[in-house]
Design a protein around this ligand. Structure first.
Ligand SMILES: Cc1cc2nc3c(=O)[nH]c(=O)nc-3n(C[C@H](O)[C@H](O)[C@H](O)COP(=O)(O)OP(=O)(O)OC[C@H]3O[C@@H](n4cnc5c(N)ncnc54)[C@H](O)[C@@H]3O)c2cc1C
Length: 376
């Protein structure tokens, strides 16, 4: 289809900033740009009819790190780097809540728990609990961010769980409401959001970059932000970011559901929480890492069986439940657990690789990316 003269000279004309991807990063970047330059034309281009990556499909944990996750991170990064990331996640969550309002995202401070099935893994965390609490005090303000909460194993009715460590400072949100609120704010700010357009290529030229769409026409913009996370290498193959699929289920409502809060298991590879009186459970990609290194949505028997077994045997062993619904989402991950924000050329920057932390850091990364564009 060719654009009409009218479409060409209005919708897609004189775009100052084009943002590819309407996830949490793209929308936050757009909001920051529009706030800094109200007269600028800011356009967000999204391939899906709604955002179609991770931002509308995640678990809604407002989290910044379980003990075993932080100890695992310390294996490959310095303490300063690990604490810097915790702080980014913490501050990002404050920013998200401040921008959107707790009432618009159903923020609930039920806390989070880490489950341990083995004494050895528990000891590794328990032995360093004081150290972690001291380190995190300056960030969370809590005297003890982490406490041993074994007494709650019986209340939650878990089976085969030896120990629990509670994080008082983590909460949960309604992911769908977070994204609808962000989209509302973006539209109210005068940001143009174009859905159903896939960018296939970015062409660089001295007169500025051009986006080649899947619709047989092009979009010119003065500056471009690539915020396509797990799909980033389609446009920029040189980036060190890989897709990671996560499969998720939610049960039907369960009367007198014994669990409340967010729960991390196996260094965060498995996560579950209550959503009202339902249980949401997802993850387990480390059970089949190569198979899940894909940007194709979908399900596989092995991961579904693994998650169902966890639910049946350990999480809800004495409670009747029915699975209501399955879905999957695509994250962007890398060897280094850090987002990439960097200029690709004078007019193009990229902000991707949010890992499993995007609810927490997405707002700040979007803002930082916009600030890089504004300074260019
Ligand atoms: C199942 C699951 C559970 C998670 N749970 C949590 C959690 O509890 N807490 C937490 O902090 N984080 C969690 N995350 C991670 C978090 O959701 C992500 O880090 C975050 O949403 C990433 O946001 P983004 O804007 O970078 O990317 P995305 O939300 O993936 O947005 C990228 C957008 O780009 C679009 N796009 C891609 N290619 C193109 C193209 N060529 N042209 C046009 N548009 C394109 C996509 O359709 C997509 O909408 C989870 C992720 C998943 C998948």
């Amino acid at each position: 289809m060719h654009l009409s003269y009218w479409e060409k000279t209005t919708f897609f004309n004189k775009i100052d900033y084009a943002i590819i991807g309407s996830g949490i990063v793209g929308l936050n970047a757009a909001l920051t740009l529009k706030k800094a330059k109200p007269s600028a034309k800011v356009a967000v281009i999204e391939r899906g009819s709604i955002p179609s990556g991770a931002s509308t499909r995640n678990a809604g944990f407002a989290c910044f790190g379980s003990t075993s996750e932080l100890l695992d991170d310390l294996e490959t990064a310095t303490k300063e780097e690990v604490l810097e990331l915790v702080e980014l996640r913490w501050k990002g969550l404050q920013k998200l809540r401040g921008l959107l309002g707790d009432q618009h995202i159903d923020y609930l401070n039920y806390g989070a728990y880490e489950l341990f099935q083995s004494e050895k893994k528990f000891s590794a965390s328990a032995d360093r609990l004081n150290e972690l609490n001291n380190d995190l005090r300056a960030i969370t303000g809590a005297k003890k961010t982490y406490t041993i909460a074994d007494h709650q194993i019986t209340n939650f009715q878990f089976e085969g769980v030896q120990h629990l460590i509670k994080n008082e400072c983590e909460g949960q949100i309604n992911t769908g409401r977070m994204m609808t609120r962000l989209l509302t704010l973006a539209k109210e700010s005068g940001i143009q959001i174009y859905n159903g357009i896939t960018i296939q290529k970015i062409e660089k030229s001295p007169s500025g970059p051009t986006l080649i769409t899947d619709q047989n026409w092009k979009i010119k913009a003065k500056k471009i932000l690539v915020a396509t996370n797990g799909f980033a290498t389609h446009l920029l193959p040189e980036l060190q970011v890989k897709p990671a699929r996560n499969q998720v289920l939610i049960t039907k409502p369960i009367p007198n559901l014994p669990i409340k809060g967010c729960f991390h298991f196996d260094k965060g590879y498995v996560y579950f929480r209550n959503v009202g009186d339902r249980v949401l459970l997802g993850g387990g990609r480390n059970q089949a890492p190569l198979q899940e290194e894909t940007d194709q949505f979908g399900f596989t028997e092995n991961i579904q069986e693994y998650l169902l077994e966890l639910l049946n045997k350990h999480i809800l062993p004495s409670t009747k439940f029915e699975v209501d619904h399955w879905w999957s989402g695509i994250m962007g991950v890398g060897k280094v657990k850090r987002p990439i924000i960097k200029p690709i050329s004078e007019h193009i920057i990229v902000a991707v690789r949010l890992g499993g932390m995007g609810v927490a850091i997405g707002s700040l990364i979007g803002e930082q990316a916009a600030n890089v564009l504004l300074k260019q």
